[in-house]
Design a protein around this ligand. Structure first.
Ligand SMILES: NC(=O)c1ccc[n+]([C@@H]2O[C@H](COP(=O)([O-])OP(=O)(O)OC[C@H]3O[C@@H](n4cnc5c(N)ncnc54)[C@H](O)[C@@H]3O)[C@@H](O)[C@H]2O)c1
Length: 671
């Protein structure tokens, strides 16, 4: 396709002529049929809502088609309007635009919908089963049209995928403001989402799906690497925690599949059990797992050899993780680190496969005898906990990976609670991400090269290494480890070939690191060392971006973990300090109604104006969360904030006085 034709089609919006009906591509992964939740009056409303995007002459045909889609898929995707061109990240100048910022946003949206990147591309879902970019193809088309027409003095407003329109604003305002799933708090149950989404008035966008900041599996590999490195350090200080430890876990699926790759990058031996042969084969063929075993005795032999040789290797066990935990306990195999990444947030419909049943038997039982299946899951969880407890009694460090393992194991009656009712084991954020990373300001900074050229990514990698190496020389001891880990990561990032889709990179950095890296990129763009603009952004799973009481803010202990002021303030603050786009969401990995999260995108174009904006915005984007974490009396955050206030004269934040518990005990006596 000629580039001029592509540009014309991108800018077309809703076509004047009815496009041909599209066939349902069986080769692609499609979203499951959604719950039939609307009553007959609401179904009429859903169709009427969908027809709003089209001229009346299209209505007789489309009304029937949309009624069919609603009945068949539980949603109206408007498949007919999916464009014919290939949707993927391209050079920024290949997109039609009046302002380059808008073209950068088009690039990011296109990457999120690329069929090699997105989970259910034709249903506009990027990841997580429900992480939507748009609700339907009309919204996609209109958004692209608006972006192609936008000037430097307009802002596009998007409500849950629906482009409300272009509004006059200023050059310094964001070009785009996105909200996803923002509902009145009392209407935030799972069924509310099902209903509002079926009506076409709201959507669930996970974190980086509806903020156009997804960069494929690289983000999760990096996060898992950092988690494992820090977990390993908690298991023995003499060798800095990193002498080829053994890690046991489960799952080679969407996110869990990053475990063996990340363990190898961290220099750790991993054994990951997976019951689904298809998932296991995918990860093996990608080279993310080195060896596969289906016999427990051979597995034990191989693990003994690897630990004796101290050679990091990733091993998949084709079978149930419960069997691995039990066998290793019986055989006295010392496991340094343990976790679980079955999809226990969804225990009854295939998220967790019970021991003693084959994969196929389980799948049959889920539909034929769901109550018997639930019993099998509970029994298996009790067995799993018992085996894990045998390991932890010998010194294994076990942590929950945000998959509701501890919660479901306790509900199943597993021996997982302490006498005070708390879980015996920590979650990865409580023990690792929170105190080791977020409280010091370290979080998932990322960037995308808008030339779409690997050579530009290589230049940015080198710049990032140079900046971090320079900064570490004057870093306080408390953050040297984090700096080193990320220098190590970025040094090998190209070699690890983690790019899928756009030319993107991620690393963890604190406020200073993010600012200095972004500034160095901006300079390099102005000097033509990088051939096109660079978009910077981050995962919402960050210092300030997410309020989520059982994940990102689970290490907030002043009772405020159920508030969402931080995430909302963050987006507002980013928007007037220079972000090119901002985005605020209800719902992320832990579910609709369980989390508020937000993020930003900023286009670095090499200008002095951008230099001012990036310094202003990134400083707030990290220090907002540091200030909140400090107010919650988190020690590392108090340290980081004090250091920041010394560096930044205009920063003046309220610091908590720490009350002595004895005084409070005394005061409460006899009250
Ligand atoms: N990796 C992270 O950073 C992270 C962060 C937060 C939450 N999580 C959570 O981790 C969980 C996994 O996510 P995912 O995207 O990989 O899900 P997924 O469903 O794609 O993968 C889970 C895998 O576990 C396998 N499995 C289930 N029961 C098993 C058993 N008993 N033994 C062995 N294998 C079994 C399944 O076959 C499946 O392939 C989710 O609950 C997710 O919310 C992960």
């Amino acid at each position: 396709m000629k580039i001029t034709d592509f540009k014309r089609m991108m800018a077309e919006g809703i076509p004047h002529e009815m496009p041909a009906l599209k066939s349902y591509d069986q080769n692609l992964n499609h979203a499951p049929k959604r719950k039939d939740i609307l009553n007959s009056v609401e179904k009429r409303l859903a169709i009427k809502n969908a027809l709003r995007y089209f001229p009346e002459r299209f209505h007789p045909l489309l009304a029937k088609e949309f009624a069919y889609e609603l009945a068949t898929y539980g949603r109206i995707y408007m498949y007919r309007f999916r464009p014919d061109y290939v949707i993927k990240a391209r050079h920024i100048d290949d997109f039609p635009y009046r302002t380059r910022s808008a073209a950068a946003i088009m690039l990011m949206i296109s990457n999120n919908l690329d069929i090699t990147v997105a989970q259910h591309p034709h249903e506009l879902i990027t990841y997580g089963g429900n992480g939507a970019v748009f609700q339907n193809w009309a919204q996609y088309r209109l958004t692209m049209k608006y972006l192609s027409e936008m000037t430097e003095e307009q802002t596009l407003v998007i409500y849950s995928g629906h482009p409300l329109g272009l509004f006059p604003s200023t050059k310094d305002a964001p070009r785009l403001v996105v909200t996803n799933g923002m509902v009145i708090p009392n209407y935030s149950s799972q069924d509310h989402w099902e209903k509002f989404n079926a009506l076409g008035v709201s959507q669930y966008s996970q974190m980086t799906a509806g903020s156009y900041m997804y960069i494929g599996p690289q983000g999760i590999v990096h996060g898992t690497t950092i988690t494992l490195l820090n977990a390993a350090r908690m298991t023995g200080k003499s060798d800095n925690g990193l002498k080829c430890k053994l890690f046991v876990s489960s799952g080679l699926g969407g996110m869990s599949g990053a475990q063996p790759k990340a363990a190898s990058i961290a220099g750790i031996i991993s054994v990951i059990a997976e019951v689904n042969q298809k998932a296991l084969k995918t990860r093996h063929s990608q080279g993310w797992v080195d060896e596969v075993f289906s016999d427990l005795n051979s597995l034990v032999k191989r693990v003994r050899k690897a630990t004796a040789e101290k050679k990091a290797i990733s091993i998949a066990y084709e079978g149930n993780v419960v069997d691995v935990w039990e066998k290793f306990a019986d055989e006295n195999i010392y496991v340094d680190l343990g976790s679980d990444q079955t999809s226990l947030h969804n225990p009854w419909s295939g998220g967790y496969y019970p021991a003693g049943l084959s994969f196929e038997e389980s799948n049959r039982m889920i539909t034929e005898n769901p109550e018997k299946f639930k019993d099998a899951v509970r029994k298996s969880l009790r067995r799993q906990v018992e085996a894990i407890n045998r390991h932890t009694a010998r010194g294994t460090y076990f942590f929950d990976y945000g998959n509701a393992f501890l919660l479901e194991a306790s509900r199943a009656g597993g021996d997982i609670l302490k006498p005070d009712g708390e879980f015996k084991y920590p979650s990865y954020v409580q023990d690792i991400m929170g105190p080791v990373c977020f409280d010091f300001g370290f979080g998932p900074f990322r960037w995308v090269c808008c030339s779409n050229e690997p050579s530009d990514l290589e230049v940015t990698d080198k710049i990032a290494i140079d900046v971090l190496r320079k900064l570490i020389k004057k870093s306080p001891d408390q953050i040297k480890q984090q700096m080193n880990d990320n220098i190590h990561w970025i040094k090998d990032a190209g070699k690890n070939r983690l790019v899928v889709g756009s030319q993107a990179r991620i690393l963890y950095a604190d406020a200073e690191g993010r600012i200095e890296i972004a500034s160095a990129f901006n300079n390099a763009i102005s000097e033509d060392k990088i051939s096109a603009p660079v978009v910077i952004g981050r995962d919402h799973h960050d210092v300030s971006g997410t309020d989520s009481p059982y994940r990102e803010t689970s290490n907030i202990y002043d009772g405020s973990k159920f508030t969402a002021d931080m995430a909302v303030q963050n987006v507002i603050g980013d928007s007037f300090r220079g972000a090119t786009w901002v985005s605020l969401h209800n719902g992320g990995g832990v579910g609709w109604g369980e989390v508020i999260n937000g993020g930003f995108g900023m286009v670095l174009d090499g200008t002095p104006d951008t230099e001012t904006k990036l310094r202003r915005m990134l400083h707030w984007d990290v220090n907002n969360g540091i200030a909140r974490r400090s107010w919650a009396r988190n020690k590392a955050a108090m340290f980081t904030l004090k250091r920041e206030m010394e560096r930044t004269p205009d920063l003046n934040v309220t610091i908590p006085y720490i009350a002595d518990d004895e005084i409070i005990d005394e005061a409460l006596k006899g009250v």
